[in-house]
Structures are given as C-alpha cells and as structure tokens.
Design a protein around this ligand. Structure first.
Ligand SMILES: NC(=O)c1ccc[n+]([C@@H]2O[C@H](COP(=O)([O-])OP(=O)(O)OC[C@H]3O[C@@H](n4cnc5c(N)ncnc54)[C@H](OP(=O)(O)O)[C@@H]3O)[C@@H](O)[C@H]2O)c1
Length: 276
C-alpha cells in the first residue's frame, strides 16, 4: 500500500480529511487539506526525501515558503517528514510512498501533482543508491542492474512523465544529482560511477531538447555526511558537513538557477575533499 500525504499547517484545523484512491493502484492519497490557489511560492518536486540530502533540502525549501512534493520508499521516514514539514511550512506538501524505478508509479505521481498543485517549477532528481565495495567484475549482476535501474532509469522516469507537463509553460528547472564520481573514475564504485556519468550525459543531451525557457543541469552536491557516505567511508563520514548545513547552501543555489544554466555541470560551494 502506498500513501500520499497532502498537508497544510494553516488549514489543517479545517480538517478536510479524505482518503481516496488515486488514478491507479500505485498510491493512495490522504487529503488533509486543500492547496491555496494563489500561492506565490515555487512548487518543487524532490525524489528521495526520506533521508539525507533530499530530506534536508525539502525541509530547507519548505522553511523558505516553497511547496514541496517528494517521494521515497520508506513509509515510516515519510511519516516523520510529513510531521516535520507541517511544523516547518505554512504551505501545502505532497509526499508519495513510491519507487522511482516504477514508470507507472511516477506517472501516477505526476498526474496527482498536476491535479493538486500544478506542474513543478523545479525538480530535483535526488533519489539514488550505492552498492557494495567490489571490483566491477565482482559486483553481482543484479546489484549492478539495481543501481542502473534506480539511478538512471528512475531519473528518466521522472523526466519522461514530468517534462511534457513543464514544456508547454516553457519554464522550469531540473536538477539531476550527480557526483564527483560522475566526473572522475572511482575504484570499487563502478556501477555508481557509471550511473552518475550517465546522469551527466543525460542532462546535457536533454538540455538540447528542452525549450529555451527551461534548464536542466547536473549537480555534484559535494561531500556530505549521509547514510550513503557512511556506507562508502565508514566513520570518516562524520568529518563532513551535515545535510542540513549543505541544504543551507544548496537551496539558494537551486532557487537561483535560470535558463542561462541549461546544460551546465555544477557543484555546490565548499564541496569538501574526498579521503585518501
Ligand atoms: N552524500 C554525498 O556525499 C553525496 C556525494 C555525491 C553525490 N550524492 C548524491 O546525492 C543524492 C542523495 O544522496 P544521499 O547521500 O542523501 O543518499 P541517502 O542518504 O542514501 O538517501 C538516498 C535517498 O534516495 C531514496 N531512494 C533510493 N532509492 C529510491 C527509489 N528506488 N525510489 C525512491 N526513492 C529512493 C532513499 O529513500 P528510500 O530508501 O526511502 O526510498 C533516500 O531518501 C544521490 O543522488 C547521491 O548519489 C551524495
């Protein structure tokens, strides 16, 4: 069972609380309140909001008054984010318990977002996975495929279903999370590195296809102490900036992107230096 939370701190007391089935079997919607029709703030979709950079960015952007739509697979973490977003933001937020690997679930998410809050002004394709530290030929085929499916195909699922909604407005910014490993090679990280090189190429190619009012960029976020970094570097990860510190820099940078940035490979300020 997948859930969608649609919430507003201001109007929650109005207690418009309905549970309905969305357009397909992929998710259900818990409609807690209705969106304000004249909200001046940006509508921002972030994938992978249950933890790490996606979660910190969602909260930072919500605090700045923007409307957040987000997705991830871990329902408990989405539940707690839902509560934190209610505390952080007077705006409406939508959280979807879906896997970006599923094209049909992403399609249904696009349909619901379009219906509830309109086409996003900004999309941050952040969801990604890592894999065991093994040489390329030792990585089990299924694990290699899984990294490709989430990191590349998950991103293309979002582009496939959201770009046609944004293009008619000839506006919008898409930020695809890359990595230093998408710009250099890294031993024991072949599938992840390959997936991030793909994100760079995908971003530069789609940049040549979108209309001139739009932008799509690849963004290396730098080095941040998240579960993914701890998986890679163990205790060393704690030496690095927290996701919340990172979000303070990343949020204004992302909000300031324009069509002049289309096709760029960018990096968040003060990225940090990899160990060894
Ligand atoms: N941390 C760093 O230093 C660093 C450096 C370079 C690049 N990056 C990039 O920054 C982004 C965020 O990384 P992070 O460090 O915050 O990683 P993280 O802590 O592992 O968080 C990854 C997020 O992606 C979500 N996710 C994974 N698979 C998903 C799927 N199939 N469908 C939907 N959501 C999915 C996870 O939620 P669920 O498990 O709940 O689905 C989680 O919320 C990634 O693109 C990563 O490659 C990070």
């Amino acid at each position: 069972m997948h859930d969608v939370f649609f919430s507003s701190k201001n109007s929650i007391s109005a207690s418009i609380s309905t549970i309905f089935k969305a357009s397909s079997s992929c998710f259900y919607c818990n409609l807690m309140a209705l969106a304000s029709s004249n909200d001046p703030h940006k509508t921002i979709l972030i994938t992978g909001v249950s933890q790490g950079l996606g979660r910190a960015l969602a909260l930072e952007l919500a605090k700045r008054g923007h409307i957040i739509a987000g997705c991830a697979r871990n329902k408990n973490k989405l539940d707690s984010l839902h509560t934190e977003l209610l505390q952080a933001s007077p705006c409406n937020n939508l959280l979807f318990n879906i896997d970006v690997k599923s094209s049909s679930c992403v399609k249904d998410m696009a349909h619901t977002i379009m219906k509830k809050i309109g086409a996003p002004d900004i999309i941050v394709n952040n969801a990604a996975v890592y894999h065991d530290h093994l040489k390329m030929w030792e990585v089990p085929e299924q694990e290699f495929d899984y990294v490709i499916d989430v990191n590349i195909k998950g991103t293309t699922n979002v582009l496939r279903h959201f770009l046609p909604l944004m293009i008619p407005k000839n506006q919008g910014v898409i930020v695809n999370l890359s990595s230093i490993y998408g710009r250099t090679g890294a031993a024991l990280a072949s599938a992840y590195s390959a997936s991030k090189w793909a994100i760079e190429g995908l971003s530069k190619s789609v940049a040549k296809e979108v209309p001139d009012g739009m932008a799509i960029v690849a963004l290396d976020p730098g080095i941040i102490n998240t579960e993914m970094l701890a998986f890679r570097f163990g205790d060393l990860a704690s030496q690095y900036q927290s996701p919340e510190e990172w979000a303070l820099k990343a949020a204004p940078m992302i909000l300031n992107l324009t069509n002049a940035d289309n096709g760029a490979s960018l990096i968040v300020d003060d990225p940090g230096i990899l160990p060894g």
